[in-house]
Design a protein around this ligand. Structure first.
Ligand SMILES: C[S@@+](CC[C@H](N)C(=O)[O-])C[C@H]1O[C@@H](n2cnc3c(N)ncnc32)[C@H](O)[C@@H]1O
Ligand code: SF4
Length: 415
């Protein structure tokens, strides 16, 4: 209901967002601030709360998956005559560490076909962290890692259904390898978790070398099978407030709705790119006005690339206004809505395109002006925390649920 009203008001149209199959839109790689994302869809043990596309680790599939991934990289890079500059590379999943011995070949190919200008990040499950793995990642050129700790409290880890691991020891080891960015993922709103558990977790991450702490509100996805419901909105609000307090005390600056960072180090964020190409099953690509999603099936993904076809399952063409709205949404997530960045990307003035939205947001004190654009106030950031969760439940949950139940869905309409 709320997304429906907001969509109609902000897009100025009653049309839903529609993903279609079989659209051969041209992908234009001549896009600004381009990032690459690689989705590695294998996990040793599946966590019941996790919404991402993954299957249980299958050694026999790995080699074929690797070859398919190399082929997808070649096919996509071949769409541009010119070698494109790449601002960032992220490997996520799933558990990319399960493919560590294949990573050098993948990265070499990417380096041959693109100009890598920025940081390289990878997500790690704490269980997989050891000296050998970290050494190999350093050698590949990764300078940012994100460790999915979720909580340092055994009680919360059991509620999430994960095995207990000495996460502190793992972080101590990571520190020795001196990565530029070490992100620690925490979840808040786990049943039975208290504000004190969360602030203790934050401090533990700070004391053990995290340069960034990502704190995600626990979200129940309709197709994930969790036993206990996340804590309610009021308790999550109190937890978020306690995070604001502890981040201030420890000197970690809030650099997005759910992340806090040390000094002025680069942030670890695979979702907030202006344009990005996603490789691997379920990976999304945004190039200019085209948003596309790969099939949510490893086997179908491999089959498509065997046939020299891109594994695109769904595509959506943004109108100029909805493309600008997409940008607005993710800028608000990063707390700054920059007029200069908007002008650079769209050649138009932010204040003209979003006159009404900015007027009301200012009037209700959700944003305030700064020299280059607008900044979310704490009140605005809280509203966005609610909006982001609502969109996740309405849009991401629906799209991923349908794509999981059918590797080639015909059409998905988002209201
Ligand atoms: C792709 S996942 C996990 C990365 C890594 N495989 C691991 O398990 O540590 C990235 C992050 O999403 C967050 N996450 C996963 N499921 C979530 C949920 N249901 N609600 C909130 N955050 C979630 C977790 O913090 C997780 O570390
Ligand atoms: S949370 Fe991580 S390890 Fe667990 S299923 Fe999701 S991606 Fe795999």
């Amino acid at each position: 209901m709320i997304t429906n009203i907001l969509r109609i008001l902000t897009t100025r149209s009653a049309r839903p967002f529609i993903f279609k199959s079989n659209c051969n839109y041209n992908l234009d790689l001549n896009a600004k601030n381009l990032g690459l994302y690689f989705h590695i869809p294998f996990c040793k043990k599946i966590c019941s709360f996790c919404p991402y596309y993954k299957i249980e680790y299958d050694r026999s599939l790995l080699k074929n998956f690797h070859n398919a991934l190399l082929k997808e990289i070649k096919l996509v890079s071949g769409l541009s005559v010119k070698r494109r500059d790449i601002e960032s590379i992220y490997f996520g999943g799933g558990t990319p560490a399960l493919m560590v011995d294949y990573l050098p070949e993948i990265i070499d190919l990417v380096r041959n076909l693109f100009n890598i200008k920025g940081n390289m990040g990878i997500e790690l499950h704490p269980r997989d962290i050891n000296e050998t793995l970290l050494g190999k990642l350093k050698k590949c050129g990764f300078n940012m890692i994100s460790v999915g700790i979720q909580s340092f409290q055994d009680r919360c880890i059991s509620t999430l259904g994960r095995e207990k691991i000495d996460s502190i020891d793992k972080l101590k080891l990571v520190k020795e390898f001196k990565f530029t960015v070490v992100d620690v993922d925490l979840i808040f709103g786990i049943p039975g978790q208290t504000k004190e558990d969360l602030t203790d977790d934050f401090i533990t991450a700070v004391e053990n070398g995290a340069t960034q702490i990502s704190t995600y509100p626990f979200i129940e996805f309709s197709y994930a099978k969790i036993k206990n419901k996340p804590l309610n909105r009021k308790l999550k609000k109190q937890m978020l407030e306690s995070l604001l307090g502890i981040s201030e005390k420890t000197g970690y600056r809030r650099n997005s709705i759910w992340t806090f960072s040390k000094d002025n180090l680069p942030g670890y964020s695979s979702v907030t790119r202006d344009n990005f190409i996603g490789f691997g099953p379920s990976a999304a690509t945004l190039l200019q006005s085209i948003f596309k999603i790969n099939t949510f099936s490893v086997r179908q993904y491999i089959k498509c690339l065997d046939d020299n076809k891109l594994p695109t399952a769904l595509s959506l063409k943004f109108s100029p206004r909805t493309r600008a709205l997409y940008w607005f949404f993710w800028s608000a997530y990063k707390l700054y809505i920059s007029g200069d960045n908007f002008y650079g990307l769209f050649g138009k003035k932010l204040d003209n395109i979003f006159k009404l939205e900015l007027y009301w947001a200012k009037k209700f004190k959700y944003i305030e002006k700064y020299s280059g654009g607008y900044k979310l106030t704490d009140k605005g950031a809280y509203l966005f925390h609610l909006i982001e969760q609502t969109y996740t439940r309405q849009y991401i949950d629906k799209t991923w649920r349908m794509a999981l139940s059918n590797p080639w869905p015909k059409r998905i309409a988002l209201y």
